[in-house]
Design a protein around this ligand. Structure first.
Ligand SMILES: [Mg+2]
Length: 185
């Protein structure tokens, strides 16, 4: 099958790193950034200070973000079993000089193997349709809910941001759970 995988908070521990930077630099940007953590993670930059912060730090943070436990191993195993892996991210040239190149280099450096990388996808429905994605894995509740509504199977990777929110979609806690879920489909 073809499996779509988001980057931030799905392959990587992004919230953790962004929070670290926000705590360090919030006072330089008007002390409002921590309130906008979710928007920043999602790339919905709602005011000038948030935009400026993201402009200043997106690439620095992006390079330091760590890959989640077992992400690399499970993705390799899924590929070795004949699945096609497409990485689909909202990261775009708004805040990265060249988002495609930036992500390619990051994934290569971190030994994440995949078949295709698609950047600049805030809403992932069209991309999932075009690429015939059978299952999408993402940490954004609205993305997962909307994909399911459109008949595209999608599961939610739990994160600090989404775990307290109500939803009926299937949740997974870690990459081993992703693997068992796919094998039980
Ligand atoms: Mg994400």
């Amino acid at each position: 099958m073809t499996i779509g995988i988001d980057i931030d908070d799905t392959i990587t521990n992004s919230t953790q790193k962004v929070k670290e930077y926000l705590e360090k630099y919030d006072s330089d940007y008007g002390n409002q950034l921590l309130n906008n953590l979710e928007e920043i993670i999602r790339g919905f930059l709602i005011d000038d200070m948030t935009k400026k912060f993201f402009n200043d730090f997106a690439e620095t943070m992006g390079n330091e973000i760590e890959v989640k436990e077992n992400a690399r191993e499970v993705i390799d195993k899924l590929r070795s079993e004949g699945n096609r892996i497409i990485i689909v991210t909202a990261r775009s040239n708004n805040f990265y000089k060249d988002a495609q190149k930036f992500c390619e280099e990051y994934l290569k450096r971190n030994n994440i193997n995949y078949d295709k990388l698609i950047t600049s996808q805030t809403y992932k429905i069209e991309c999932c349709r075009n690429e015939n994605i059978d299952l999408m894995i993402d940490d954004a509740i609205d993305t997962v809910e909307n994909l399911n509504k459109e008949g595209i199977k999608s599961i939610l990777f739990n994160s600090d941001i989404n775990k307290s929110k109500e939803t009926n979609v299937k949740r997974v806690n870690d990459w081993l759970e992703v693997y068992y879920y796919i094998h039980n489909l």
